[in-house]
Design a binder for this molecule. Structure first.
Ligand SMILES: [Fe+2]
Length: 239
């Protein structure tokens, strides 16, 4: 599949511009430094002016970290998702929500996939973590326990992770791509606990309700090193 750019209507472009401008402003002082600097790296190909063209985005991502965007029809089987990550391909949809859906979606659209997820793919260390996450998923695809643990890890970090930088800041794509989530996740209405990979992989999550629990990293290095320990441990268990 590929992005059929000419199929976007003027209304789609207006929705994109509205979402982008509103969320960039909302993220000031709320998102982590890495996310904002990656948005800056991507600014020629990812901006409010127009719906991004994946060909141009891919050229920028390939140059910075070797990643590309892979167009998918919507949610895909977990094994395909892991396999694509392992190939440094991030699966994304191409449809844009309607003006009356600015704040709520049942399924991720392109603003979530692209604005939320792709900026940190321009960060070499985070991009490497994403690739290794995919590798581990491929390696353990037949182990249901490990797959569930990886899904929880993905949910509480890549989708809904917070990080401490002079206070809690957002980096997860589910937060960064959502006006309401950005405010909610940093509000007094939620519980924020220090990140522990061990605790994350033992914590269930729900996709269809507002989140009430968030894990806060000390640094991205904490995530990368705990991930490596986790990988070593599960490899030892099956050896
Ligand atoms: Fe996502």
């Amino acid at each position: 599949m590929k992005q059929e750019y000419k199929l976007y209507k003027e209304g789609d472009q207006i929705v994109w511009k509205t979402l982008f401008e509103r969320q960039v402003e909302n993220l000031q002082g709320k998102s982590c430094a890495a996310y904002l600097s990656c948005l800056e790296i991507m600014k020629d190909v990812l901006n409010a002016k127009q719906i991004p063209d994946f060909k141009l985005m891919n050229a920028t991502l390939i140059e910075s970290t070797g990643w590309t965007i892979e167009v998918v029809p919507g949610l895909i089987p977990v094994e395909d998702f892991f396999r694509l990550l392992a190939q440094r391909k991030f699966s994304a949809s191409t449809w844009v929500r309607k003006m009356n859906q600015l704040d709520y979606l049942e399924e991720p659209d392109m603003f979530h996939d692209i604005f939320g997820h792709t900026p940190l793919l321009a960060d070499p260390k985070f991009a490497q973590f994403m690739k290794e996450f995919g590798d581990l998923g491929v390696e353990f695809i037949d182990n249901d326990d490990v797959v569930v643990q990886l899904q929880r890890l993905y949910w509480f970090t890549i989708e809904f992770g917070l990080i401490y930088e002079n206070g809690p800041k957002v980096y997860g794509a589910g937060i960064c791509s959502s006006f309401g989530e950005t405010i909610h996740s940093l509000s007094a209405d939620v519980e924020v606990v220090p990140f522990s990979l061990e605790q994350v992989i033992n914590t269930e999550f729900k996709t269809d309700v507002v989140q009430t629990l968030y894990f806060e990293l000390e640094s991205f290095d904490q995530l990368f090193s705990e991930f490596k320990q986790f990988r070593d441990t599960i490899r030892e268990k099956v050896a």
